[in-house]
Design a binder for this molecule. Structure first.
Ligand code: NAD
Length: 390
């Protein structure tokens, strides 16, 4: 993101001695993804597992028993009360892997206790709650980074590098086509594809396009053969302030020729095109028709959750701003909210509209909870998001 008009409170940076020690973290939420995060912390040099928290009694200990090797378990605390474990374990940071509805209370509590947070996507259950958390990060002066794991993909960064060589991506298309049968909540949501899956592609589009998103046009449907209750198919066009366009077409009920989980990408640039299948290194074709293969990632490059944790731990230590710091990440959630509204109401929706409405709701929430008055100084949703935390 570009403009940085005002600077929020600068958070405390770890002292020199702390820079050499792995960061002790609590993983909050011991479900499927929580287990993946426990494994990520265990194989990381940058962090160490201090404990696991889950509201369901016994769930944290079960996850530890399932994922942590027996020899490592004595040093790992388990419990249902986040603040109690913060007080007793010496944890210095929190990874919030709870269900989206719990992201706001859990992350707000950790920030208010002074601990930086790495939160699973989405930032929060609603855009208003996401803005409220941006305000809490400001008022506590504490880092909140959202882990949008698919942006930490070396192939995606290579696609961006190739596009930049060709003058920058101006038209980006994503085709996503799969047929998973998850069961559970995704089959009951009104917009499972847009809310639960396309959010990753919208975020990746923001990595590829060097501009700010401004508006969204979306159409969604649910084919007669779909096994989802809500709309499993959507086309979403996102306009950027540079004039760039990201056109996404996705389906979660298309058996047959399926794309990768990242989707199939094409980036049209002034001097050529970049193609990426979502799985293997991207490649470019320049205006003269010459093929430019993309570089394969190095063996020691970190991917997805590992890269996200590494970026977070580095940011806590050095004070640098990670690219998914809450203020920057909220734009991705705003695209999702605008896409749902556009599909439901059959009209173009500007991000300013959804951000300003959400800002009003977030201020009300913060006043009711006596949480933070940081949002009172935001001139608008978009202006507040260009605050930098460091
Ligand atoms: N990045 C990805 O590709 C990816 C994939 C799957 C899930 N996710 C995200 O990860 C998060 C968790 O998803 P999941 O599939 O593990 O869900 P899950 O339902 O399997 O697990 C969530 C856990 O959080 C616990 N919990 C709920 N409220 C809590 C609270 N207040 N305090 C402590 N624990 C609480 C629940 O008891 C449950 O054990 C979601 O935000 C989801 O969107 C991301």
């Amino acid at each position: 993101m570009s403009a940085l008009p005002h600077t929020a409170q600068v958070p405390e940076v770890a002292s020199g001695d702390d820079l050499r020690e792995p960061l002790p973290v609590l993983v909050v939420g011991a479900g499927g993804m929580g287990r993946a995060w426990i494994g990520t912390v265990l194989r990381s040099d940058a962090a160490v597992l201090a404990g696991v928290v889950d509201v369901v009694p016994g769930a944290a200990q079960r996850a530890i028993d399932d994922v942590v090797p027996e020899s490592g378990r004595p040093g790992v605390a388990a419990g249902t009360d986040l603040l109690a474990l913060i007080a007793t374990t010496g944890a210095r940071a929190v990874i919030d892997v709870t269900v989206p509805a719990a992201h706001h209370p859990v992350t707000a509590a950790a920030l208010e206790a002074g601990l930086p947070v790495l939160g699973e996507k989405p930032c929060a259950a609603t855009l208003a709650e996401a803005l409220s958390l941006a305000g809490r990060a400001e008022s506590t002066g504490t880092l909140f980074m959202v882990s949008q794991s698919r942006r930490h993909n070396p192939h995606l960064r290579e696609a961006r590098r190739l596009a930049d060589e060709l003058g920058g991506a101006g038209v980006v298309t994503t085709h996503f086509s799969r047929a998973p049968r998850f069961g559970g909540f995704r089959e009951e949501m009104a917009h499972p594809l847009i809310v639960d899956m396309a959010i990753h592609a919208f975020d990746a589009g923001r990595v590829l396009i060097d501009a700010n998103p401004v508006s969204v046009d979306a159409t969604s449907t649910n084919p007669p053969w779909s096994w989802y209750g809500g709309d499993a198919v959507a086309t979403v066009s996102i306009r950027y302030d540079s004039g760039a366009l990201h056109a996404y077409t996705g389906s979660w009920c298309s058996p047959g020729e399926e794309t990768s989980w990242n989707g199939r990408w094409s980036l049209s640039c002034p001097r050529g095109t970049v193609a990426w299948d979502g799985d293997t290194p991207p490649a470019a074709t320049d205006a003269e028709g010459a093929h430019r293969p993309g570089r394969a990632p190095g063996e020691d490059e970190l991917w997805e959750l590992d890269a996200s944790l590494d970026a977070f731990a580095r940011a806590v230590r050095t004070g640098e701003t990670p690219d998914s710091e809450v203020h920057a990440n909220v734009w991705t959630q705003a695209i999702v909210e605008a896409a749902v509204r556009s599909a439901d109401e059959g009209r173009r929706v500007s991000l300013a509209e959804v951000l300003d409405e959400a800002l009003d709701q977030a201020r009300t929430l913060d006043h009711e909870q006596q949480g933070s008055s940081a949002l009172d100084s935001w001139a608008s949703g978009a202006a507040g998001l260009s605050t930098t935390m460091r």
